[in-house]
Design a protein around this ligand. Structure first.
Ligand code: UD2
Ligand code: MN
Length: 399
């Protein structure tokens, strides 16, 4: 009997074990209960990390770095390695904006640079060490409305705080990348000068230039000589400061886009490519009149402008030949940026059409070595420091 009982109990125990196994199997198969915690940690982690990326809606560059971090966690890298990896993924402008029109890329770049500059200026305030300004100035507007009213020079200076006597200015928040002498050939056009300066100063300040404005005023009675006045302006400016380049600027041209940056160019730049007077088109391919910029070393290699063009016309074409002969090329910004409005005017007395201009243009190549900066001869009659510009009155002898 005892042996029977033992056998029976034994049988019961086996039955119970089988029953438990059966119940367990059914629960896993049909009810999908959690697996035991002996499952490898890697699987669990990878699933939850990917879910985090999707759930938080992070896409593109951000998700990429998160994903990299996640993969490294799986491999068991240290958090230091992770940080390094995340930082080494940098967004590229091209990849993130490939579908945006070119003009908008410029805006985008300006925006990005603005952030950088803010950061830079904050840093500089903290450490009191100034950094170079951003390559693309952060506060540009793009297309500009031009002001046509003439205001006296004092008022213009008042409206542009930070302007130093003599028409000097440079950014205070960073070190300018460009030291530019703006040279204006001038005689008896005060209203135009007021209008120009009223438009120019705010723009040049936004462009974060270290600049000075030199108005070279030709005394009567000699015929007007625009090119020689520009040589004089260049020479006088260089005596006063270590400018890197010069912008030669007609008094009656008002810029219509502040992305037309008056910076020192790699190659001579014709800034006034599109003028309302010429229906915003180039009248001819080699035109170089109006507003142009040139680097110091290049201007000196060309021996500056000619001193021999008295009266209207030809001096700009002579310069275009000098540029070519010196191995340089005239460059221009796009036509929607290099835009100007010319203040309406008639031909000035003392600046009549120069009948010798065509004959002179035939000899540019021969003449340029001896006619220019190295043969410049003039007398300074007056130096007049105005709040908005330095006016230098000069006498030129017409032999
Ligand atoms: C064109 C050119 C200009 C120059 C000129 C021929 C363009 C846009 N402009 O201008 O650069 O080549 O032909 O010489 O291509 N000025 C005075 N007082 C005067 C006379 C002239 O201040 O009595 C100055 C002033 O800066 C003026 C500049 O010289 O803007 C050119 O003279 P313009 O305006 O009479 O000549 P314009 O408009 O035909
Ligand atoms: Mn003009």
């Amino acid at each position: 009997m005892l042996t029977h009982c033992i056998k029976y109990r034994y049988f019961n125990v086996i039955n119970v074990v089988i029953l438990i196994c059966l119940i367990n199997f059914c629960m896993y198969r049909f009810l999908d209960f959690p697996k035991s915690n002996t499952t490898p940690a890697t699987n669990a982690n990878s699933k939850s990390s990917v879910n985090i990326i999707r759930a938080s809606g992070v896409t593109g560059e951000g998700s990429q770095s998160l994903l990299t971090a996640h993969k490294d966690t799986i491999k068991g890298n240290s958090s230091l390695d992770l940080k390094f990896k995340q930082q080494s993924i940098k967004p590229t402008l091209a990849s993130s904006t490939s579908l945006i029109p070119k003009s908008d890329i410029a805006t985008e770049a300006v925006g990005k640079k603005r952030e950088e500059t803010t950061e830079a200026s904050e840093k500089s305030q903290n450490t009191s060490i100034l950094q170079f300004c951003a390559i693309i100035p952060p506060k540009l507007y793009g297309p500009l409305a031009t002001y046509s009213h003439s205001t006296n020079f004092k008022e213009i200076a008042k409206a542009n705080p930070g302007l130093q006597p003599g028409g000097r200015s440079k950014p205070t928040e960073c070190i300018s990348r460009h030291r530019v002498a703006i040279v204006i050939p001038y005689r008896n056009r005060e209203e135009h000068l007021q209008i120009l300066l009223n438009n120019l100063h705010p723009m040049l300040m936004r462009q974060q230039l270290d600049y000075g404005i030199f108005v070279i005023d030709q005394a009567l009675p000699t015929r007007f000589n625009r090119a020689m006045l520009m040589n004089i302006g260049y020479a006088e400016a260089m005596k006063r400061y270590n400018y890197q380049c010069a912008v030669f600027h007609d008094v009656d041209l008002l810029p219509e886009n502040d992305r037309n940056i008056y910076s020192c160019p790699e190659m001579p730049r014709h800034l006034s490519a599109a003028i309302d007077k010429f229906r915003y088109r180039l009248p001819y391919a080699g035109i170089y009149g109006g507003v142009s910029a040139v680097r110091k070393d290049q201007f000196e290699k060309m021996n500056g402008f000619s001193n021999m063009f008295f009266g209207w016309g030809g001096e700009d074409d002579d310069m275009a030949t000098r540029i070519r002969n010196s191995g340089y090329k005239i460059t221009r910004y796009p036509m929607d940026i290099a835009r100007y409005r010319m203040i309406k005017h008639t031909r000035d007395k003392g600046n009549e059409l120069n009948p010798q201009r065509y004959a002179l243009l035939k000899t540019t190549s021969k003449r340029m070595k001896t006619d220019g900066l190295n043969s410049l001869n003039y007398t300074v009659q007056e130096v007049d420091e105005q709040p908005t510009h330095l006016r230098i009155k000069v006498f030129i002898d017409e032999k």
